[in-house]
Design a protein around this ligand. Structure first.
Ligand code: ACO
Length: 400
């Protein structure tokens, strides 16, 4: 469906490839996707195996360092993150000063950008020790920043990181505090959160990762490059889709739950309505992550006393879309975001925090790509060409 043209323009021989659908911008060893077969592997390991056998921190290590850690290495890695989880002095005041009703993604990107102001000792891409320090600080502090943004938004006092807890438990504790469920449900939520982070951890040259690479190619520091990636992720066609799916389901419910009417609206090109959580640039078959997530959604929502109305609606909507030639002809299937929202909602997160959770998951991928690009001798500054289609030279009007 993509049109790629090689044209001779004023720029010489250039390829016109809108959205870069057919353009590889780099070589990478990190993530393999076969969109037609629905295959996703991190550093060679199938996503299903990692989802079953690994923790999110292990996957962070794998993506960034290229191999799975030994038990002692993983402990050291986790301890390092624990001891760096506090916010820098001054950042808490900065976060508290933002408007309470601002979108958490805007605040997250701003906070990450200012890490380079608080930590000027780790902004030099040419110094490997500084890059390692920035890597640790980002991984350690992003959950703390995210939790503080959430607590501020609901007018509750922040909760400091607890070094006795593991990465995901600590994030849930800083977010929900005493409202966090204990026992079996608490464990299930922590396991679910860990799994969702693993499934979001990398996806080769998606919009936000490509952004991190483009910004990093100018040798901007890691904090600034990741902040740019967070802003790219915020868009509803990318990470913002998880929020958009929930809003879409709520809108359908308000319309009386008429799925046929909604799908007719999607198919009416004039309406510019999309079925959010469906479609993918690379997957032209099932997104393997969406299968894992659907199973998780069942596990969590089946435990609730009453059936979850929005989950039921999502299941019916999925069935109807998959039986509709509009979607099958265009190879539109549920993507990673179709069912994540209903899970996050069941766990107690407000819609506006959904994309923040995606950002916490995608962080190791962004870092791994930024570092891989830095180490690659073939790296050049990202600088696409264009085909100029504006007017030729015009004579400048004489002024009276
Ligand atoms: N609903 C209805 N129609 C769609 C959808 C959708 N979700 N997605 C694509 N289409 C249609 C397009 O209208 C187009 O139809 P046409 O050939 O008749 O003109 C055709 O399918 C191809 O669509 P493109 O926009 O060219 O596909 P592209 O690869 O550029 O876009 C994208 C991929 C952005 C994911 C798109 O499918 C979309 O907007 N999906 C909804 C948003 C979403 O869920 N995003 C999350 C993606 S996963 C992630 O980033 C984490």
């Amino acid at each position: 469906a993509f049109e790629v043209k090689t044209l001779l323009g004023t720029a010489g021989m250039v390829t016109l490839d809108p959205g870069f659908g057919n353009t590889a911008s780099c070589k990478s060893e990190i993530t393999y996707i076969d969109g037609a077969a629905g295959i996703l592997r991190y550093r060679g390991y199938p996503i299903q195996d990692l989802a079953q056998g690994s923790s999110f921190l292990e996957v962070c290590y794998l993506l960034i360092k290229g191999r799975l850690p030994e038990a002692a290495e993983l402990k050291e890695f986790a301890d390092e993150l624990r001891s760096n989880a506090e916010l820098p002095e001054g950042m808490a005041d900065m976060l508290d000063a933002f408007p309470r009703n601002a979108h958490p993604m805007t605040l997250l990107a701003s906070a990450v950008n200012t890490l380079s102001a608080f930590y000027a000792d780790s902004v030099n891409p040419q110094d490997p020790a500084q890059v390692d320090l920035a890597t640790t600080r980002l991984l350690a502090k992003l959950p703390t920043i995210a939790a503080r943004i959430y607590r501020n938004s609901i007018g509750e006092a922040p909760i400091a990181p607890d070094p006795s807890l593991d990465y995901v438990e600590n994030f849930l504790n800083m977010t929900f505090g005493s409202a966090k469920p204990e026992g079996e449900v608490g464990e299930l939520f922590a396991k679910a959160m860990d799994l969702l982070l693993i499934l979001h951890a990398d996806h080769e040259q998606n919009c936000s990762t490509a952004t991190v690479r483009v910004v990093g190619s100018s040798q901007a520091d890691l904090y600034g490059s990741v902040s740019a990636g967070i802003n790219a992720l915020f868009g509803p066609l990318h990470g913002g889709a998880n929020q958009a799916v929930l809003e879409m389901l709520e809108q359908i419910r308000e319309m009386g739950g008429d799925l046929d009417a909604f799908l007719a609206q999607v198919k009416d090109r004039e309406s510019k309505t999309r079925l959010m959580g469906f479609g993918h640039r690379v997957y032209k078959n099932f997104d393997p992550r969406s299968r894992e997530i659907k199973g998780l959604a069942r596990q969590i929502l089946d435990r609730q006393e009453r059936p979850d109305e929005l989950f039921e609606l999502a299941l019916k909507l999925e069935d109807k879309a998959l039986a509709d030639s509009y979607f099958t002809e265009r190879k539109l299937y549920p993507n990673v975001d179709f069912f994540t929202g209903v899970i996050y909602r069941a766990m107690g997160f407000p819609t506006s925090m959904f994309t923040v959770l995606f950002a916490i998951g995608r962080l190791p991928g962004w870092i791994a790509h930024w570092r891989e690009q830095l180490a690659d001798p073939a790296t050049r500054i990202s600088r696409p060409r264009q085909l100029y289609i504006g007017p030729g030279e015009r004579s400048y009007p004489g002024r009276a």
